[in-house]
Design a protein around this ligand. Structure first.
Ligand code: NAD
Ligand code: TYD
Length: 350
């Protein structure tokens, strides 16, 4: 019997992981723990809300007493830790929020797991979900492997790198059973429209400028979020304890090429004349400390665990655009009020 605590389950990736686990493992009890920050939205999980093997706990990972209550009440046996501040641009403006949630919050969870499991670690697991951004920036060639040295360049990636180190240190020091995965950029339904793809979909719908940083030649390696969720499932069940796995789709895109593909798919779906959305592209001042290129070598997870992505980028992007066009209510809810104020501050400060 597994009682799995998924933190950050109301966020983008977490909601896909919760949905996959609730639907695939009716014999597990899934506890979604989330503070519901601006990025957490229970609407993301309305389809699994009534499931008998699902419970939601509105808890901040900075609140140790509440963490201890949740571990005891639900007799937690496993943790899949996704709760985090996740946006690089926000980390540039408010680095301490990232130190608190991503570093202190992770150590709080590690301490609670260690204490609750009381050194009886058999059949327990602390799975830490991390990012490829901990490795820093690549030049024109090469890939991040599991042995690439950490070289984080943004407050976000520095805080994630620190949390990865703490998880590994708890494994070495206290024998806490852990596994870590480092994934490339995700995209898909329920992605908060502050990140490149959903922001640009929303702006195209509303005929607003598409702000491309710098020369637009920065490269990211994109993975469909549902494929990340199946990779997490695979690592959770089959990953070697104490090990780390890189997750990616061998799918590199220069930002400007991706934006042009997005524009042409959007024009087709909106019935616009070809080229309409591209006219919205606006080059703006670069992000400070902007990493030039990310690219994951996902050979290990493929060869050791037999995982590979299920969709091409064109298929995943088309499904994503369709979802946003069919869910304008969701989009309007998350883009109203405080969110818009945040963005008007961000853009006037550039
Ligand atoms: P997200 O910002 O969409 O969701 C984060 C969730 O964590 C939200 O539901 C939020 O309410 C919750 N949260 C934030 N602070 C909290 C706190 N103090 N206590 C409890 N809950 C809190 O993020 P995401 O894109 O879904 O990313 C999830 C995880 O995956 C993060 O750890 C991120 O570093 C990692 N990751 C993301 C990507 C990506 O492309 N988005 C890629 C690789 C790894
Ligand atoms: P983002 O979605 O913020 O993810 P990350 O910084 O974690 O990779 O950004 C993806 C790429 O798109 C990155 O190179 C920055 C760029 N970008 C823009 O050019 N304009 C934007 O408005 C945003 C949000 C991102």
């Amino acid at each position: 019997m597994k009682n799995v605590l998924i933190t950050g389950g109301a966020g983008f990736i977490g909601s896909h992981v919760v949905r996959l686990f609730v639907n695939t493992y009716p014999e597990y009890k899934i506890v979604n723990l989330d503070a519901l920050t601006y990025a957490g939205n229970l609407e993301n999980l309305s389809d699994v809300d009534g499931s008998s093997n699902y419970t939601f706990e509105k808890v901040n990972i900075l609140d140790v007493e509440e963490l201890e209550r949740v571990f005891s009440e639900h007799e937690i046996t496993d943790v899949i830790h996704l709760a985090a501040e996740s946006h690089v641009d926000r980390s540039i403006h408010s680095p301490l929020d990232f130190v608190h949630t991503n570093i202190v919050g992770t150590v709080n969870l590690l301490n609670t797991a260690k204490k609750h499991w009381a050194n009886n670690f058999s059949d327990k697991l602390f799975y830490h979900v991390s990012t490829d951004e901990v490795y820093g920036a690549l030049g024109a060639t090469g890939f991040f492997t599991e042995t690439t040295p950490y070289h984080p360049n943004s407050p976000y990636s520095a805080s994630k790198a620190a949390s990865d180190h703490f998880v590994r240190a708890y494994g070495e020091t206290y024998d806490l059973p852990f596994v870590i995965s480092n994934c490339s950029n995700n995209y898909g339904p329920y992605h908060f429209p502050e990140k490149l793809i959903p922001l640009f979909i929303n702006n195209i719908i509303n005929k607003k400028p598409l702000p491309v940083y710098g020369d637009g030649l920065y490269t990211r390696d994109w993975l469909f979020v549902k494929d990340h969720a199946t990779a997490i499932d695979r690592v959770f069940h089959k990953g070697k304890r104490g090990d780390t796995y890189n997750i990616g789709g061998f799918n590199e895109w220069k930002n400007i090429d991706l934006v042009k593909l997005l524009c042409s798919q959007m024009d087709e779906k909106l019935g616009n004349q070809n080229g309409t959305s591209e006219q919205l592209i606006t080059y703006i001042k670069d992000r400070p400390g902007h990493d030039r290129r990310y690219a994951i070598d996902a050979t290990k997870i493929n060869q050791e665990l037999g995982w590979k992505p299920s969709v091409t980028f064109e298929e995943g992007l088309a499904e994503t655009i369709d979802w946003y066009l069919e869910n304008t209510g969701w989009l309007n809810n998350v883009t109203s009020g405080a969110y818009q104020q945040y963005y008007s501050n961000m853009y006037t400060n550039r």
